[in-house]
Ligand binder design. Structure first.
Ligand SMILES: [Zn+2]
Length: 305
């Protein structure tokens, strides 16, 4: 259990109750949690995509439109992660407050570090679902801090009477995250340069933060299912480089990963990339606690290096 610091608690207690809570819809459970971290009881937050779903492909439901219709603020991942499902929902909500460009639309990608931004002319290669850089950027805790700050700033503009409350909540989250980062860095420090393969390109920010090396992907391109030729090349490369760990997001079919594992002797590691991806991943910090712990345990068991 983690508790807010004494100073933050004093600030929280001192904040007078104000108007109605800000109604927030976040496209993912990660953004919903970061909103709760800084918004506390001055926000009502709902997420659309569940943490165990592929955030690129979410089935639109009428209930989502109803949620969006009532929202004061929509927090989105951006970089076209939700391009396949969010725009029609927002449009059908007929809520002018949360249309792109309106005050109640927050693109969380604008203040974070984005990797894999295409250089030169941007062509949407067939099936490439990352045309504007990698949209899985929340998998760097440092980016989580930037997102939380952007949300706190936005909430403060929307509910100025609660600005001190949001600032105190943000400061407390920042402190708890910094403590957790020391823990994760210490656990991961022995494994700099460790070679892994991942199914989708979900992890560039994570591996960059913790010094791992992704040498290949099960998908030939982001959003394109595995093909026999690509899989054979990947198997050869994994054997050549002695890769022992194959990271798979929970929403992909395990058939190809399992056959790659049989051929190479690597271990398939199902690693959730989002809050809600497993029952103990109840918030943003717990996401990294879970993933770092599981990864380190698997590294030790497989003798990967
Ligand atoms: Zn993706």
């Amino acid at each position: 259990m983690r508790f807010p610091s004494v100073v933050a608690l004093a600030l929280l207690a001192a904040a007078p109750p104000t108007g109605a809570a800000v109604n927030v819809v976040a496209t993912t459970e990660d953004l919903a949690d970061l909103t709760r971290q800084v918004g506390g009881d001055r926000v009502k937050v709902e997420a659309i995509a569940r943490g165990y779903q592929d955030p690129h492909f979410v089935e639109a439901k009428p209930s989502f439109i109803l949620k969006l219709a009532k929202a004061d603020l929509l927090v989105a991942v951006g970089r076209e992660l939700e391009v396949g499902w969010l725009p029609p929902l927002v449009q059908q909500s007929r809520n002018s407050r949360i249309q792109p460009g309106a005050d109640g639309y927050l693109d969380a990608s604008l203040t974070v570090r984005i990797l894999e931004i295409p250089t030169g002319q941007i062509t949407r290669a067939m099936g490439d679902v990352h045309p504007l850089g990698n949209p899985h950027y929340w998998l760097d805790p440092g980016n989580g801090r930037h997102i939380a700050k952007a949300i706190a700033d936005k909430l403060s503009r929307m509910a100025p009477a609660d600005a001190a409350y949001f600032a105190a909540r943000y400061a407390d989250f920042d402190r708890r995250l910094a403590e957790a980062e020391k823990r994760w860095d210490a656990l991961m420090a022995p494994y700099k340069g460790l070679k892994v393969v991942t199914y989708h390109r979900s992890w560039p920010n994570f591996v960059d933060r913790f010094g791992l090396d992704v040498i290949g992907y099960v998908e030939p391109r982001p959003g394109i299912p595995p093909s026999p030729g690509h899989t054979l090349d990947l198997i050869a490369e994994m054997k050549r480089q002695g890769v022992k760990i194959l990271i798979v997001e929970p929403y992909f079919d395990l058939k190809t990963p399992n056959s790659i594992a049989r051929e190479t002797g690597a271990r398939v590691l199902v690693l959730p990339p989002s809050v809600g991806g497993d029952k103990d991943i109840t918030d943003f910090i717990a996401l990294f606690d879970h993933d770092v712990d599981l990864l380190v345990r698997t590294i030790k068991e497989t003798g990967a290096k």
